[in-house]
Design a protein around this ligand. Sequence first.
Ligand code: ZN
Length: 454
Amino acid sequence: MKKLTICLSFLVFVFIQTTSGTVSGKDGPKNIILLIGDGMGLGQMEVARLFEYGKQGRLYIETLPYTALVHTYSANNRVTDSAAGGTAIAIGKKTKNEMIGVNSNGKEEKSILDSFKDHLYKTGIVTTNSVTDATPASFTASVKNRWDDQQSIAKQQLQNKVDVIMGGGLSYFGANKKGDANLISLYKKAGYQFVATNQELKDAKSDKILGLFGPKHLNFKLDRKELHSQEPTLTEMTAKTIETLSKNSKGFFAMIEGARIDHASHASDLTSIWKETIEFDDAVKYCVEWAKKHPDTLVLVAADHETMGISASEPMDIKALKKISVTPHYMASQLQKNKNGIGYTNESIRKVFKQYAHMTLSNRDIALFQSDIKTDQGQVYPEQQVAWEIGNRIAKHYHAGSLDRSIEKLSTTGGHTSNMIAVFAYGKGASQFHGVMDNTDIPKKLAKLMGFAF
Ligand SMILES: [Zn+2]
């Protein structure tokens, strides 16, 4: 009887395997392009859609044929940070917040990118953040704390022989204090072409490219005009990456991150959420159009978590928000320091809100702002958090949906939420992505499609 049960179970298993239409192993995709919108929840997407196309319009991402919803909790928190969120998508296991490329016990784990390397596929990472930051690092390095020496992450990326690395983070590749060799020279010795400008990127011909276009993260799209930025767009970096990885290769895996959707969300900066999400949507469009010409490709669009509970509220003043031409981060950089170097002058606060956000602050508003940018001990917050304070006021003034600063201040992730995120898929194997999933399912499904043990 027992034998018969086992036999029947096996037959049922075979039946399911052959009727579920799974493409895997040698029938799987040749190339996988995984695009991650950092902090991109459905609220961020809806804001971008309304601002760019109006209520009847569609983002390009929304045209992809398969969708799923994904839970993102981490091993030690119901709300993940980018380290544990990126790691879940990279290694297929939950880890603790702040951990990168390791399991919840701190043990190093193989990432899906490593599996592609093991099988002699080419690999690449692209981001608008530093290439050593949480999401790209989760696929290419292992550290127990994301704030550890960023240079050690840059070194691991070299040791791991990732073919294309593009984004910001130049300041982590110089010689460190201990008299180590300059990391860029080590990359060059290992055969990488190093590029630092858009023109150099366009001209690059090598099979291995290290492109670093800014000291840390790249500039917000919204500030690029004001800052006379010469950085490549996310789509330009993506195009060169695909061109490079697809040259004479058996196939490739590329992770492309729109990182600053998260940064804009932390500042409740709806205008930048719009610009950064459209920048990301453009990169998705580029990849899908490339995949249409290369039908053995899977394009997967995901997010690591949602940030700040951004929502498209009914009274949100879209017209006014679209008129704002710089980010709260830029506005914070324009505040004048007091003579003693601590805090900012009332006049400059009034001026910056008027000039850039078209808001008239009363004396009481300014007094409240002055108190909100200080700790209980009277210390002024770093400029980034001053920017968050500015952005949150602008969002409130124009009735946009975002967590209150008081909630953000209590949060260890700076205002991330456990709201489900969406996955969109196009191409070979895309039909595997549907229903409600866990973030750890994403690399497991990719590995199964490729026939990798994972
Ligand atoms: Zn974040």
